[in-house]
Design a protein around this ligand. Structure first.
Ligand SMILES: Nc1ncnc2c1ncn2[C@@H]1O[C@H](COP(=O)(O)OP(=O)(O)OP(=O)(O)O)[C@@H](O)[C@H]1O
Length: 265
């Protein structure tokens, strides 16, 4: 059995933030997500794990309609956030993505100053009435991204000039600047060294005070360290979804057990 690091951060009973029912995703003829239903809790870190190609990123991208940008991709089924159907025709995907922020595998700061990286979204969404308010929003987001102290004296320097770990925290700060309610993270530490990874993991733990966080990770150690709930995907199916400690110590399904013990994957 995989020796999961002991976790004292058990999931507490919280509200359901995202409810997905019978979700199917196709890329042309490739049926990538098969009949997935899941209730994702608020103020909780939920990890998606599973072998390469099992559909983790595809399902994550359904949660803020990023798959809309892929021509051959079709999504069926129902996904509700706070009871609202996010695929309803009246939902504006741009507004949705402000509410459901996303952080990608590779840090991708805009080729702009540190300040403008953060101010970009709040400006688009008209969140500040004047420069002083925008300054406040930028500072608050950089503090939430745990990077304020490192950049406060060089807000006009380019975001691309920061280290990889700093860039990723800048991207997390950018994602929280529009006051999202959900944060999606697709392997956010895979391009980072162990120290930067530890900093981002610590930040993820803090972020769950305010957001529902969903993280795709290849690292079972990371899932065990940062999440309270874990969903195991295999060949497009959601095989098992439970408290992280249960998944790593006493899974119900033999496929989950095979994966966490390294027999598949
Ligand atoms: N943009 C795309 N166009 C066509 N097919 C895609 C696209 N993205 C993913 N797929 C296919 O969907 C299936 C699931 O892929 P997905 O990237 O979601 O899996 P994953 O579990 O996140 O994999 P990995 O861990 O390797 O990132 C695979 O068969 C993949 O080839």
């Amino acid at each position: 059995m995989y020796d999961a690091p002991s976790t004292t951060k058990e999931a507490v009973v919280t509200d359901v933030k995202i409810q997905a029912n019978d979700v199917q995703v196709y890329y042309a003829d490739n049926h990538a997500i098969k009949d997935v239903s899941v209730a994702i809790q608020d103020k909780t870190v939920t990890a998606f794990i599973g072998p390469s190609g099992c559909g983790k990123s595809t399902f994550l991208r359904c949660l803020n309609r990023m798959n809309d940008t892929i021509d051959i991709c079709r999504v069926h089924g129902k996904i509700e956030i706070d009871g609202e159907d996010i695929y309803d025709k009246r939902v504006d995907p741009v507004q949705l993505r402000a509410k459901v922020g996303m952080v990608f595998q590779k840090p991708n700061p805009f080729p702009k100053s540190i300040y403008d990286n953060i101010a970009y979204g709040p400006r688009i969404h008209g969140m500040a009435r004047n420069k002083a308010e925008l300054d406040e929003i930028v500072e608050r987001a950089l503090r939430r991204g745990a990077i304020w102290d490192e950049v406060k004296d060089r807000l006009n320097a380019p975001g691309t000039g920061l280290s990889g770990g700093q860039q990723q925290r800048l991207c997390i700060a950018r994602a929280v600047a529009t006051e999202p309610e959900v944060l999606l993270m697709d392997e956010p530490c895979s391009a980072l060294d162990p120290i930067a990874t530890a900093q981002v993991e610590e930040l993820i733990d803090e972020l769950r005070q305010n957001y529902a966080v969903v993280i795709v990770t290849h690292s079972m150690q990371q899932a065990a360290r940062v999440s309270q709930r874990t969903a195991f995907f295999h060949l497009g199916h959601l095989v098992e979804y439970d408290d992280t400690s249960k998944i790593f110590t006493n899974p119900e399904d033999s496929r989950t057990e095979s994966y966490i013990t390294g027999r598949i994957g």
